[in-house]
Design a protein around this ligand. Structure first.
Ligand SMILES: Nc1ncnc2c1ncn2[C@@H]1O[C@H](COP(=O)(O)OP(=O)(O)OP(=O)(O)O)[C@@H](O)[C@H]1O
Ligand SMILES: [Mg+2]
Length: 269
């Protein structure tokens, strides 16, 4: 279903965010990607979604090599990739229903979608998607009138309405309070299981990751250091994932670049 082979990403400033990442995943799996800030979690999801170009390696989704795509291929592929963002990415002044219909845009090309016209079949799918996340009663509410948890549920509905081959969620509960985080993660995992979609969730909260994912992938400094069941993640591996890298951090505050920043009037002012 998804094959990532020796994926490497070097940003233009020379920063190697991913170093030869390889993984394969099946339909219906729910995978939590954990790791310290800067480990490379978002870079991985962004590569799969075509938002970031791989420096080397390959990404194969449903037997299609999606590593390097033309703009047109990218458009077609993206309609099969649902993305859930930390900050929801809803259009605030539009109703929840319209926001979910936006997930159907890839299937409703041409003038219709430009005019905001979606036929009955699209509307039915949008309503079903809202129902799945218990948000049918908010279908006509403008997005900016919804609470954070409700916004994220609408954004899950939008992603599901795409009938995606893969669902990518980058810190989907990081903006929510602990109680809501649990509820929204529970909803996300339940919906993903119901529609049997392969789901990759970047998440900082390891307890939530262990509770709702079938599989954990731990990344440290662009390398996978754990790939397995939540139950078998031990404290030694946790240390490898979350270790404080003394060598890397000891020098940084005193680096010539930082000294220059300290001395820079533009920064001090
Ligand atoms: N556009 C960019 N240009 C240069 N370096 C970048 C860029 N985006 C990310 N990086 C760097 O690549 C590394 C991986 O970043 P990434 O955002 O993937 O980490 P992350 O695991 O998602 O972190 P977080 O948990 O904070 O979201 C970091 O060192 C980051 O500073
Ligand atoms: Mg990130």
């Amino acid at each position: 279903m998804l094959e990532v082979k020796n994926l490497q990403v070097v940003y233009s400033n020379g920063n190697e965010a991913l170093k030869s990442i390889s993984l394969s995943a099946k339909r219906g799996e729910i995978i939590a990607v954990i790791g310290r800030s800067g480990a490379g979690k978002s870079t991985l999801l962004r590569c799969i979604n075509g938002l970031q170009t791989a420096t080397s390696g390959e990404i194969i989704l449903d037997n299609e090599n999606i590593t390097h795509m033309s703009q047109q291929q990218l458009r077609l592929t993206r309609r099969h990739i649902g993305f859930i963002w930390q900050e929801y990415n809803l259009i605030e002044r539009l109703p929840a229903m319209t926001n979910v219909l936006i997930g159907r845009l890839g299937y409703n090309p041409g003038f219709g979608s430009l005019l905001g016209y979606f036929d009955r079949s699209h509307r039915e799918i949008a309503l079903q998607s809202l129902e799945r996340v218990h948000m049918l009663h908010r279908a006509n509410f403008r997005a900016d009138r919804l609470s954070g948890g409700e916004k994220q549920r609408v954004s899950i509905a939008r992603a599901i309405s795409q009938n995606p081959k893969i669902l990518l969620a980058d810190e989907p509960v990081a903006s929510l309070d602990p109680e809501l985080s649990v509820q929204v993660m529970a909803d996300l995992a339940r919906v993903a299981r119901e529609v049997e979609v392969l789901t990759l969730i970047n998440i900082h909260d390891v307890e939530l990751a262990k509770k709702y994912a079938d599989r954990l992938i731990g990344i440290a400094q662009g390398v996978i250091v754990y790939d397995g069941k939540p139950e078998t993640l031990d404290s030694h591996t946790m240390n490898r994932i979350y270790r404080f890298d003394k060598d890397q951090n000891a020098g940084s505050s005193m680096s010539p670049e930082n000294n220059a920043l300290l001395g820079s009037p533009a920064v001090v002012a």
